[in-house]
Design a protein around this ligand. Structure first.
Ligand code: 5AD
Length: 354
């Protein structure tokens, strides 16, 4: 017998795929439905769309978490400045270069420099690191993920050679933003940063956590609207996972299923987007990575930080940093991707305009 609920989801998915804007009740149907055939259809169509643009290629990024110092006190984050238990470290330019050397031999052609908002790394220092990497590895892309800076800073990093910038918007809803961040942090400024970055010429990544405290269907709807408006080249989404030394200790984590459905929706809304199956997704489920790829993701970001600092970059409890999460286990990751029919490629993995 034909399943009408399933057919309803199929209709919504077909609409999304043809570029139709998603209505709020349609989003609700996609996210809340327990119709497995329908949600399976959602994931399959999203994967099909990703295949049409990126084929079976999976891009890798070497993630270098170069500072765990942060001036901000975001309620969800384990490296918030108020966390006295967090272990702090900084990597020198030489240490960062060594990570890149090693990463290059493994096949990485994108290095992501991520860190807290740490004033120790002045504009000059960041530019020197970026320039150092770009001169040594001319066939590589450098992505920065170091938070909110001035337009002049962003311009200078770009001039030094930075290609991409990741700055999750975290939530596009004002009240929700205020419930996740201390009052010094303004959604308006975050959005402005993203638009500045885009105007300067970066490939830009926005994104949010799935299942963060106080998130609702309405806030997610606004996230999707914001993404539609910004048209980022990358979208980073992963489940929220509580950290024991934050105000959100003891709250519930986001779910695998909700994250997968949102990955699919974002892929369908923005077929060319670079979409990582994030570390957080790998942390909440042993097959999170694979399931993310199968739901439309096309990027993975193994950890390339020096082994002795990895445990200190604890954004949330039990964050993976070893095993197949680690760059040195790339052969395992390759095998895992091959097992589901995908191949990790040696490529910068740029956004494909056409
Ligand atoms: N759970 C999941 N993701 C988190 N991030 C920060 N804290 C957490 C957490 N507790 C994410 C934020 C940030 C990115 C670097 O890590 O979305 O932008």
């Amino acid at each position: 017998m034909v399943n009408c609920v399933g057919q309803m989801l199929e209709k919504i998915v077909d609409g999304l795929e043809s570029g139709k804007e998603l209505a709020k009740d349609e989003l609700a149907a996609l996210l809340l439905s327990d119709d497995l055939a329908g949600t399976d259809y959602l994931k399959k169509r999203a994967r099909y769309v990703a295949d049409c643009i990126y084929g079976k290629d999976i891009y890798i990024r070497g993630l270098i978490e170069f500072t765990s110092y942060c001036r901000n006190n975001c309620f969800y984050c384990g490296i918030r400045c108020g966390n006295q238990n967090a272990q702090r470290y900084r990597l020198s330019k030489e240490q960062i270069m060594t990570c890149c050397e090693y990463g290059y031999t493994l096949g990485f052609r994108t290095f992501v420099l991520q860190g807290g908002e740490d004033a120790y790394y002045t504009e000059e220092k960041i530019c020197s690191i970026v320039y150092g990497i770009k001169s040594r590895f001319q066939d590589c892309a450098v992505t920065l993920s170091i938070g909110e800076k001035s337009r002049e800073n962003y311009q200078a990093y770009y001039h030094a050679g930075a290609d991409r910038y990741l700055l999750r918007h975290e939530t596009a809803n004002q009240e929700h933003y205020e419930r996740l961040h201390p009052k010094e942090l303004r959604l308006e400024n975050r959005k402005k940063c993203l638009y500045d970055l885009k105007e300067i010429g970066y490939q830009v990544g926005a994104g949010f956590m799935v299942g963060s405290p106080f998130q609702t269907l309405d806030t997610i709807y606004e996230d999707l609207q914001f993404i539609r408006e910004l048209e980022p080249h990358m979208v980073g989404i992963g489940p929220f996972i509580p950290h024991k030394d934050t105000p959100f200790a003891g709250t519930r984590a986001g779910t695998l299923e909700m994250t997968l459905r949102l990955l699919s929706i974002i892929r369908l809304m923005n077929p060319r987007v670079l979409l990582p199956a994030t570390t957080a997704l790998g942390t909440i489920h042993p097959m999170g990575r694979e399931l993310g790829i199968e739901a439309g993701a096309n990027v993975v970001m193994p950890n390339l930080s020096p082994v002795d600092v990895r445990k200190k970059y604890q954004l949330y409890d039990n964050k993976l940093c070893t095993g197949d999460e680690a760059a040195e286990s790339l052969h395992n990751l390759k095998k895992r991707m091959a097992d589901i029919g995908y191949r990790i490629v040696i490529d910068r993995g740029d956004f494909r305009r056409e």
